[in-house]
Design a protein around this ligand. Sequence first.
Ligand SMILES: [Zn+2]
Length: 68
Amino acid sequence: MGAPVIGRNKREKVCIVCEQQKQEGMFLFGHFLCLDCHQAIVHTNTDDPNYAFYVQQLRKMVTCKIYS
Ligand SMILES: [Zn+2]
């Protein structure tokens, strides 16, 4: 794990879900969500096992915001 330390000049776009650095994506709740994961979430059925994983990852960033 290990979230990147914030405090650098350039804002690193590391996806909250796949935890990889990506060029394209969007910021949600102050966290970066890459285009690939956004597409995956959109196209994943709610009864797909992967959906629970995405939701968990997204919930993580919302929780981070609350407790930070
Ligand atoms: Zn991603």
